[in-house]
Design a protein around this ligand. Sequence first.
Ligand code: SF4
Ligand code: SF4
Length: 588
Amino acid sequence: MKKTILSGNEAIARGAFEAGVKVASAYPGTPSTEILENVANYPGIDAAWAPNEKVALEVGIGACFGGARALVTMKHVGLNVAADPLFTLSYIGVRGGLVLVVADDPEMHSSQDEQDSRNYAKFAKVPMLEPGDSEEARAFTRLAYEISEKFDTPVLVRTTTRISHGKSIVFPAEPVQGLPEPNLVRDPAKFVMLPANARRRHPLVEKRMLDLAQWSCEQPFNRIEEGKGEVGVITAGISYQYAKEILPDAHILKLGMVHPLPKDLIRSFAARCSTLYVIEELDPFLEEQIQAMGIRVIGKELFPICGELTPGRVQASLEGRETVLSQSTEASLPNRPPNMCPGCSHRGVFYELKRLGAFVTGDIGCYTLAALPPLSAMDSCVCMGAGISNATGLSKVLPPEQRQKVVGVMGDSTFLHTGINSLMDMVYAQAQATVVILDNRTTGMTGRQDNPGTGHSLTGAAAPAVDIETICRALGVRDIQVIDPYDLELTRQTLKDAMARPEPSVVIARRTCMLERRGAAERKLPLFVDADKCVSCKACLKLGCPAIEWNAEAGDKGKAVVNQLLCVGCGVCQQLCKFDALGVHNEK
Ligand code: SF4
Ligand code: SF4
């Protein structure tokens, strides 16, 4: 077939199609999101968003129990959510092959922490492949199904942001033919992990890893590239590209399978090198295991443990220079702090929460940006679902007058991800805390994906929509208010009343995301500032809407100006101007 250029995520989708995957499930998360969006374009695959990563994996496991090949994708923090079924699946093994792609985010371009998912492969005792470019992303994904079925194991494929989003040449192949049709097979000794069955499976898991380590010594995905001299590098993934660029003469052992390690191959490679570097991002995962084999390598004593590697950072490390974490540029660029969009419905809620002096336990979403000035209205943010449960914990320990200040905030998608359990616990604990569900009818933070509340599937087809109010009621919440967050007075009064109640209460702030992909958001004429009326009080700037600019040259103290290209006419700023200076053009 004709070669093409694909991103790593597109190539993984292609590899899954070629492997004959029948079911694909995921929760979106940067940098993994586009895998499922691309899988959905291939025929014969049931691809769907799941409400969270644990559910996604459990759906994949079900398909695999039926004898079909299944793909599950997520970002690194999602693997924490899916860890429970993963560990037991390691013991159970598979029927149809199961591949879990986990995308790490070194440097935290879009994440709350920097995790090295290779540790999960070791911890869960499952093999992990790590591609070093898009072609390997395609080929390794396809190969992973063969490994899965040959060794009766789920297989992890790990990418990092540079592999997921970088593009390189791919050589697509014809899909496999002749895979068995899914059917029901009863095998409780394998599928039911009662302790008696699990005890029998554990030795098989240990043997599987030894077999895999031996087998992988002979496989081309672990390859030695001959160099000159006596310097060697052991590396994998994107770090391989940096090693090739900075040490072009070194012998390279490029690992395609990063767990288990091909120990015999590593020993024979190490024997020929007088200086041996391990170049890897994040944790000393390879380094520690190779050191434990009694082989002296140079790794994290030289190369940084935090952040991404780059060719420059590898070079600086080798030269003993300090590596800086963030890239600096000589160009003088305007400062553009991350900000919620013009007309974002979350803005008014956080503006009012700030005014009410709420202690906001936040969550993961676009709205986490409310922690930044000028809103500065978020006091904690841990992980998905924690916005509500953190509020419960706080209200358990605070004196009554402070308890009333606690407000847990999360989005609709996050509520359906793990927030439901947290709210159930809040009601059960009878915590005096308020929950605000910012229902913008989409999964905004990862790029407007659908979720069980939006009424659409991944492919855009109509789907039953979850009723969030009914869920809250079923969980035992007695006070549920639905508000339009563009109405600041209503928002303030509703939040105030909810915070005063001596029981859990829920405020659902519902307004469609401005970027909603079907254009369901309401856009009106942009506002303008009547310079004659503007008294330069800057009250409107407190909202932090990117459409409101300050013309320092106007008048003595400057005047507010609305950027006509950005403003969507939501009218929220209008409610803040006591001097009636903000209006629409046709009112002038
Ligand atoms: S709130 Fe009104 S008066 Fe104050 S700066 Fe903004 S537009 Fe001008
Ligand atoms: S109406 Fe005001 S708050 Fe809304 S988008 Fe325009 S400038 Fe921003």
